[in-house]
Design a protein. Structure first.
Ligand code: UFG
Length: 339
C-alpha cells in the first residue's frame, strides 16, 4: 500500500515508517519539522534501504494536504503529527486545539474527498483519565487533566462519528501507553528539544552526565514502592502495532490499546536501567508533579485477540536501546561540532 504518514520524521512516526517499508509498503511523509529533524528522513532511508517521499508541510493546512492527495494514489493514512507536551498545552491551549484537532479534520476530510478508505490515528492512554487500571478500551472516558488530552478525546470523537457515517471509511484508533527505547541501529530514537519532560530521556541524559540528577516526582502514591507506575512499551513494538492495525483494518471503527499490559514503577525503571547498562542514575525524591496519576497500564487482550499483535521486547531491551541511542546521538553531535 501507499501510505501517507503525518509526523513521519518524529519519534514514533520514524520507527513506524521503517516498519512499513520493511513490510513492503511505500511511504509518503508529511511533517513540518516543528519537533523533528530533516536528517531523520535520510536515516529512515539508510536503515530501510528504500526511498521515501517527503513533504515539509503543516497538515492543518487544507491546501497542502489536498495537494499531496491529488499528486499520489494513497491507500491509507497514519496520522501522528501532533503537539504532545502536556505542560505546554496548559500554557497554549488554543495552539494545541488548533494544531491537533484541525489537522485530524483536514486529513479525514481529504480521505473522504479522495476516496481513501483506511485511517489509523495516534491516540494516547491519557484519554482514560483517572479510571481504574488496567485500562480497557470499552471504559467511559473520564475528563483528562490537560488540553493535550482533550485534543485526543476530541479527535477520537470526530473520527468515530465520521467513520460511522461513511461505510467506505475504516478507522483504527491506537491508544499508546509509554513509548521508550530506540531503533537497534542506534541511529534514530527520542531526542527531545531542551530539557526532557518524560522519564526515559531524562534518565539517559542523567546517565550521560548532561543533566545532574533525576527528580522522582512523588513516592507517596498507592503503588508498589510509592512511585508512579506506567506501562512502558518499546517503540519498535509500537511501530509493529501500527503495521498490524493497518493491514488488518476492516470496516468500521476499532480502538486498541498498545501497551505491554505490565506496570513498572519509576524506581524499578531506574534500577533496570542501571543494571543492564552498568551506569549510575543519581536521583532525588521530590514532590508530585501536578496532573500525574498513580498507575497507568493497559489491558491488551483485545489487540491480541483481534490483531494478533503483542509487545515482544522486555524492559531490559527498552533500557539498553534507549542508552545506545543516547550514546550514539552524543557522538554524532560531537563529530559535527569538531568538523
Ligand atoms: N517522572 C519522574 N521524573 C521525571 C519525569 C517523569 O519521576 O523527570 C515520573 C512521572 O511522575 C510518572 C512517570 O515518571 O510517574 C512517567 O512520566 P512520563 O512523563 O514519562 O510519562 P507520563 O505517563 O506522564 O505521560 C506519557 C506521555 C503522555 C501520554 C501518557 C499516556 O508523555 O503524552 O504517557 O500514558 F499521554
Amino acid at each position: 500500500m501507499n501510505i501517507l504518514v503525518t509526523g513521519g520524521a518524529g519519534y514514533i512516526g520514524s520507527h513506524t515508517c521503517i516498519a512499513l517499508l520493511k513490510a513492503g509498503h511505500d511511504v509518503i511523509i508529511a511533517d513540518n519539522l516543528s519537533n523533528s529533524k530533516r536528517d531523520t528522513i535520510k536515516k529512515i532511508e539508510s536503515i530501510s534501504k528504500k526511498e521515501v517521499i517527503f513533504y515539509e508541510v503543516d497538515v492543518s493546512c487544507e491546501k497542502s494536504v489536498n495537494n499531496i492527495f491529488s499528486k499520489h494514489i494513497i491507500q491509507g493514512v497514519i496520522h501522528f503529527a501532533s503537539f504532545k507536551a502536556i505542560g505546554e498545552s496548559v500554557q497554549n491551549p488554543l495552539e494545541y486545539y488548533y494544531n491537533n484537532v484541525v489537522s485530524t479534520m483536514v486529513l479525514i476530510k481529504a480521505c473522504e474527498n479522495f476516496g481513501v478508505g483506511k485511517f489509523v490515528f495516534s491516540s494516547s492512554a491519557t484519554v482514560y483519565g483517572n479510571n481504574e487500571v488496567p485500562f480497557v478500551e470499552s471504559m467511559n472516558l473520564l475528563p483528562t487533566t490537560n488540553p493535550y488530552g482533550e485534543t485526543k478525546v476530541m479527535s477520537e470523537r470526530i473520527l468515530i462519528d465520521v467513520a460511522n457515517s461513511n461505510p467506505y471509511l475504516s478507522v483504527s484508533i491506537l491508544r499508546y501507553f509509554n513509548p521508550v527505547g530506540a531503533h537497534e541501529s542506534g541511529l534514530i530514537g527520542e531526542s527531545p528539544n531542551g530539557v526532557p519532560n518524560n522519564l526515559m530521556p531524562y534518565i539517559t541524559q542523567v546517565a550521560k552526565g548532561k543533566l545532574k540528577k533525576l527528580s522522582v516526582f512523588g513516592d507517596d502514591y498507592s503503588t508498589i514502592d510509592g512511585t508512579g507506575v506506567r506501562d512502558y512499551i518499546h517503540v519498535l513494538d509500537l511501530a509493529d502495532g501500527h503495521v498490524a492495525a493497518l493491514e488488518n483494518l476492516i470496516e468500521g471503527v476499532h480502538i486498541y490499546n498498545l501497551g505491554t499490559g505490565k506496570g513498572t514503577s519509576v524506581l524499578e525503571l531506574i534500577k533496570a536501567f542501571e543494571e543492564v547498562n552498568l551506569v549510575e542514575v543519581p536521583y532525588q525524591i521530590c514532590g508530585r508533579r501536578p496532573g500525574d496519576i498513580d498507575s497507568c497500564f493497559a489491558d491488551v487482550s483485545k489487540v491480541a485477540r483481534e490483531l494478533g499483535w503483542r509487545a515482544k521486547r522486555d524492559l531490559l531491551s527498552m533500557c539498553r536501546d534507549a542508552w545506545e541511542f543516547e550514546k550514539n546521538n552524543q557522538e554524532i553531535c560531537l563529530n559535527v561540532s569538531e568538523e
